[in-house]
Design a protein around this ligand. Structure first.
Ligand code: IMP
Ligand code: ZN
Length: 384
């Protein structure tokens, strides 16, 4: 009973999600249902897939094998629309008020899919969201009004609906060529009015070279897109340094940083998207107690808690807040072979951490102001 009340509290606070991959956030039940369907058609062997889906702990390399499998199941226009709708509804159900959803536009000539039609199917999914109002449009600089909103403000009975702001980030997969990465950036630029706010670099970190993606990332930034990079998922100091020198808007993970990289990161104040469960499940960090989040939090470095792949890692954003608070809620935490004083992550500190994330979003100032008001009103209600 007490546990349920505690869980309800974490679900009830407004939260900001900045690192969620669309296909990694697929509902487990949907993935199994779709895989079973393909198994019946003989396209895949369902029992193999079922085993891979239900397995709990996977190495980082096993995760990428699972993604190849997930993509066989999900790379279809109708399915993309469905999973986008479900993912947004799931985040909204746990009071995520601002979501940056990232996905890798894919081309599949066999089914007439281009990167553009892939993204159009995703946008269709955003428009299909039924349980909550979706704000996906950037603001007009003159009027401050959304330039292209699919928002419905009221239910038929006139009561205001819950609202979620959604912005899209287009991911470049590390398997891609420079030309393919450039195509993704061009697409992002064309889709800016549909809520595309930036570019992400992700995919298997042992594949591809930084130099391959740099021209597209530079071009994206010149054109005003924000950039986040998966950085330091494996020990690769040369690449980590090159990424930090690029000064991205944010980075994800930062698991394998040495002293020099920490110094550089902290001096540049680049916000870090922290994915606790993902790092532990993929064994890039041995346990939550030694996670670098502690040090960054103590150093007052900008951080934001995120899920990464809520479906693949069976987590939720509320779950990540609970995990951080239960691991770091006491006064001391074990870090780098010594106990260090931690400022104590109780409920009010966690609420402040959630609110602080507003500063690091890739949407415009009008959205930041509106989110600030949502948090202000929640703080009053929760007496924080
Ligand atoms: P999608 O882009 O919507 O297809 O989401 C799945 C994709 O996100 C994967 O195929 C990877 O390219 C990327 N991804 C998901 N999780 C991770 C991660 O932990 N590290 C790097 N890339 C990831
Ligand atoms: Zn990620």
């Amino acid at each position: 009973m007490e546990k349920q009340r505690d869980m309800d509290w974490w679900v009830s606070i407004p939260k900001v999600e900045l690192h969620a991959h669309l296909n990694g956030s697929i509902r487990g039940s949907t993935l199994l249902e779709l895989a079973r369907g393909l198994g019946e058609k003989g396209t895949i062997v369902f029992s193999d897939v079922e085993h891979a889906i239900l397995k709990d702990d996977r190495s980082l390399q096993e995760v990428f094998k699972l993604f190849d499998l997930i993509h066989i199941v999900t790379t279809d226009h109708k399915i993309l629309t469905r999973i986008t709708q479900e993912v947004v509804e799931d985040f909204a159900a746990e009071n995520v008020v601002y979501l940056e959803l990232r996905t890798t536009p894919k081309r599949n000539d066999l089914i007439g899919m281009s990167k553009r039609s892939y993204m159009e199917a995703v946008v269709k999914g955003l428009r299909a969201v039924a349980t909550v109002e979706v704000d996906l449009a950037p603001r007009d600089l003159g009027t401050g009004n959304p330039v292209n909103s699919c928002a419905i403000t009221d239910l038929c009975d006139g009561t205001a609906r819950k609202k979620i702001y959604v912005r899209l980030l287009l991911s470049i997969d590390r398997r891609e060529t420079t030309a393919s990465a450039m195509e993704t950036v061009e697409l992002a630029l064309e889709m800016r009015d549909l809520g595309v706010a930036g570019i992400d670099l992700s995919g298997n970190p042992i594949v591809g070279e930084w130099a391959t993606f740099l021209p597209a990332l530079k071009f994206a930034r010149e054109q005003g897109l924000s950039i986040t990079l998966h950085c330091g998922e494996v020990p690769n100091p040369v690449e980590i340094n090159a990424m930090l020198d690029f000064l991205p808007g944010r980075i994800g993970h930062a698991c394998f940083f040495g002293e020099e990289e920490w110094r550089k990161l902290k001096s540049c104040k680049i916000p870090v998207e922290i994915c606790l469960t993902s790092n532990i499940r993929t064994e890039t960090i041995s346990s939550v107690d030694v996670h670098h989040f502690v040090d960054l939090y103590n150093a007052e470095h900008p951080t934001v808690l995120c899920t990464d792949d809520s479906g693949v890692f069976s987590t939720s954003l509320s779950g990540e807040y609970i995990l951080a608070s239960s691991a770091f809620g006491r006064s001391y935490a074990f870090y780098e072979y010594e106990y260090r004083l931690l400022n104590g992550l109780g409920r009010s500190e966690m609420f402040r951490l959630a609110r602080k994330a507003i500063e690091f979003i890739f949407a415009d100032d009008a959205v930041k102001r509106e989110l600030g008001e949502i948090f202000e009103s929640a703080a009053r209600k929760l007496d924080l």
